[in-house]
Design a protein around this ligand. Structure first.
Ligand code: THG
Length: 367
């Protein structure tokens, strides 16, 4: 095995020491940070997410803060979703696009004040993008990456744990809504959020020096519910149909192709980046769409990090963009980004690991 050379370019998560103490066994790189991807027992980690409660270091979901007199205007310019009704304390899932209408990130937007927003970003450099657009448009804003690091508590028992820590008010939080508060003097924001469909919360730590302390507070509060470590779960998110930007998207993927059309409002102002292209794509109809694929065979396939060709009647119609063994279905499943000529119910072949594997196209999500 090899190791990763320490560097100031690979920034530490405030929860790094805690995850090492928990026995983390693998990491990925995301937003120039390390994110845990396993704690040595994938089956237990999956079961904990589906039946119990798990604690995830998702500090890599960095915040791009937009503050100042023109913050509301710039945020709307960056996001093709109508934000006029978005109130302080509310979060929304948004599809950031470039001028061609291609998806460049899919953050959760949090409105902290009328003149202050966070974009909680996926794995691409939206800090540079936001600053460039602000400068080109001559807007009066301050754009920064604040000291804010989400810690996710996910699973059906997450609400009990978070309520034990913060109080029963968390039970009334609506999806993506949040409240700023503190726990043992540690400043945090608590949101109902997270990259799973098993329910849960994210605790946004606002003091990077206190990561271990916060991790242990949640760990102790979760003891009665047998909380344990985990990470964004590749199997569950595929079963649930959640998008991984950069994994399931390429350089020309637009929101309509990957089921994010419902987060695009075509009547936002003309100054919104990409809106002209998105209106044109919506009028013409997208070329590709995202379906599920259920592969034949009852043994787990070796996971692949590359997209696999999908053929229909011997002709390439698109790509399998991910693949995982679904314990619940007893099949290998994945997302198919395919020509709109390929429909649910079609029998296709996936070229994977040097083999042609028969597969059926289905609607997403699987669950
Ligand atoms: N946590 C935080 N920030 C993030 C992520 C996170 N930023 C990047 C990335 N993950 C954002 N990706 C998603 C994708 C989907 C959802 C959440 C984060 C999600 N979607 C639901 C769905 O598609 O069914 C609900 C969407 C809705 O109806 O509004 O939950 O994990 N802090």
């Amino acid at each position: 095995m090899f190791s990763i050379t320490p560097s100031t370019r690979i920034r530490p998560s405030p929860f790094f020491d805690a995850t090492v103490a928990e026995g983390v066994t693998s990491f990925t790189v995301y937003n120039r940070m390390l994110m845990p991807t396993g704690f040595g027992d994938p089956e237990a980690e999956y079961r904990r997410l589906l039946e119990g409660v798990a604690l995830w270091d998702v500090a890599v979901e960095r915040q791009v803060q937009i503050a100042g007199p023109d913050a509301a205007r710039l945020t709307q310019i960056l996001v093709p979703r109508d934000l006029r009704k978005c109130v302080v304390g509310q979060g929304r899932y948004v599809a950031m696009c470039n001028h061609a209408g291609s998806l460049i990130n899919d953050p959760i937007l949090l409105k902290l004040a009328d003149d202050r927003y966070w974009l909680s970003i996926a794995d691409s450099d939206m800090l540079f993008w936001a600053r460039a657009i602000a400068a080109e448009r001559g807007l009066d804003v301050a754009i920064s990456e604040p000291d804010v690091s989400p810690l996710a508590v996910q699973g059906p028992l997450a609400e009990d744990v978070v309520a034990a820590l913060f109080g029963d008010w968390v039970r009334d939080l609506r999806y993506f809504w949040f409240r700023e508060t503190e726990i043992a003097g540690i400043p945090v924001a608590v949101a109902r959020s997270g990259w799973s469909k098993q329910g849960g919360f994210e605790i946004y730590l606002m003091d990077g020096a206190r990561g271990s302390e916060l991790w242990h507070l949640v760990r102790e509060a979760g003891r009665p519910w047998d909380i344990g470590p985990g990470n964004p779960n590749a199997v569950e998110r595929i079963e649930s149909g959640l998008l991984s930007w950069g994994g399931d998207t390429d350089d020309r993927t637009n929101p309509f192709e990957v089921r994010l059309g419902r987060f695009v409002d075509l009547d936002v102002p003309d100054e919104v980046v990409g809106i002209a292209a998105l209106r044109r794509i919506a009028a013409e109809g997208p070329v590709r769409h995202q379906l599920g694929a259920v592969l034949e065979g009852e043994a787990p396939l070796q996971p692949t990090v590359l997209w696999s060709d999908i053929e229909l009647d011997g002709r390439k119609v698109g790509d399998l963009t991910n693949c995982a063994w679904s314990r619940r279905l007893g099949r290998n499943i994945g997302f198919a980004l395919v020509s709109v000529s390929a429909k649910p119910g079609d029998a296709v072949e996936v070229l994977i690991g040097g083999r042609r594997v028969p597969a059926a196209l289905v609607e997403l999500p699987f669950f």
